[in-house]
Design a protein around this ligand. Structure first.
Ligand code: BYC
Length: 325
């Protein structure tokens, strides 16, 4: 007969809590693999937000109007905020922010494949908001009910902001599509370049996804990569029709029987090349993050020196009181 160890019992109790829909909090017992999976997923998500500021930051100074500039600036600032909440949520699992930054800057950490593609025209700001933030919402709304409390709570605010991001992107597309023929072509060209990378954002097909099965059991993921990808295609195709744009996929057709759109094969070879660091902008993105980190060293040093001085001052002020007491 198999011996039931304490760990087996704890794991069973943990799974029972998950099955009952309870939220897991930082000080609760959790299997080491659950903790590690969260550190991996939440930190990759945080890095994606931070690196995700770069392709759009590229267009802030060239936004066509003041209104567009303020909206884009606000969106990019929101992404910095999302990155910071998510780093804080990761820290609750016992990893330090310095370690997380080191993983990003050394190239060890993954971040979303999508941010390794270039932003070539203003229409890309529209396509990113519409497609990339649209995909992010579909992926992240289920995460507001993920089993780890700090991650689920961070996702609530993030999703509200993503909704504004998606709308500002779609409105850019709508304006371009109602503009001149050249503007409409810019919008079509941006859709042509961003469509397939946006579908790949959801991750490998379920059959090849390393983590989905366990993450579904632990209710980290509430839907699989393929389910979310299908949902994205079903929602986005009618939006493209309203814009009068053509999705660059000859196999995209409504399937009456399935009640979903069928769509063509994603180039997974390209996806893995990008994930492994060989995408069009991987080197540029890492170089930009490292440069910002190095150039910000004096700010971190000054903040630390100020905090130490304040601490010393407080200690000096309270010392006589303590002596008297
Ligand atoms: N890019 O077993 P799988 C945003 C990796 S932020 C790179 O399915 P999982 C936004 C995966 O990490 C967008 N790598 O993994 C920000 C794993 O490798 P490791 C980011 C990818 O974790 C600013 C391997 O492939 N969103 O939206 O179960 C402006 C096998 O995959 C990708 C999040 O991070 C990829 N696309 O599922 C605008 C959301 N896909 O770690 C927008 C939270 C997979 O074993 N994350 N890999 O070395 C998730 O929901 C899940 O982590 C994923 C992947 C669905 C992404």
């Amino acid at each position: 007969m198999k011996n039931t160890t304490t760990t087996d019992l704890l794991e069973k109790q943990f799974q029972d809590r998950i099955d009952r829909g309870e939220s897991i909090e930082p000080k609760d017992w959790m299997p080491e693999k659950y903790r590690k999976t969260h550190i991996r997923q939440i930190s990759q998500h945080a890095h994606s937000e931070i690196v995700g500021m770069l392709p759009e930051g590229n267009w802030i100074t060239r936004a066509p109007t003041l209104r567009r500039k303020t909206a884009l600036l606000a969106k990019v600032q929101d992404e910095a905020g999302h990155g910071l909440y998510l780093y804080s949520a990761t820290e609750t699992l016992g990893v330090s922010r310095d370690e997380l930054f080191e993983q990003l800057h050394s190239g060890k950490a993954k971040y979303s494949s999508i941010f390794n593609y270039p932003t070539l025209s203003w229409a890309d700001m529209g396509a990113i908001g519409w497609l990339v933030d649209g995909a992010a919402i579909i992926n992240q709304v289920p995460l507001t009910r993920t089993s780890y409390g700090p991650y689920a709570r961070a996702m609530v605010r993030v999703c509200k902001e993503e909704s504004f991001h998606q709308r500002q992107g779609y409105e850019i597309m709508l304006t371009l599509c109602n503009g001149t023929e050249v503007q409409k072509q810019m919008a079509q060209n941006a859709l042509d370049r961003w469509w397939w990378p946006s579908l790949a954002m959801f991750g490998p097909p379920d059959a090849e996804s390393t983590h989905t099965e366990q993450s579904m059991k632990w209710k980290i993921k509430r839907k699989t990569n393929d389910e979310l990808r299908q949902q994205f295609v079903d929602i986005t195709k009618p939006q493209a029709d309203i814009l009068g744009l053509t999705i660059p996929d000859p196999d995209l057709k409504w399937n009456e029987e399935r009640g979903h759109y069928d769509f063509g094969e994603i180039d997974w070879e390209e996806f893995w090349q990008v994930v492994k660091g060989h995408g069009p902008c991987n080197k540029q993105r890492l170089a930009a993050r490292n440069k910002a980190w190095d150039e910000g060293a004096w700010v971190r040093d000054a903040a630390l020196a100020y905090a130490e001085k304040q601490e010393a001052k407080r200690a000096e002020e309270t010392a006589p009181l303590q002596k008297a007491g």
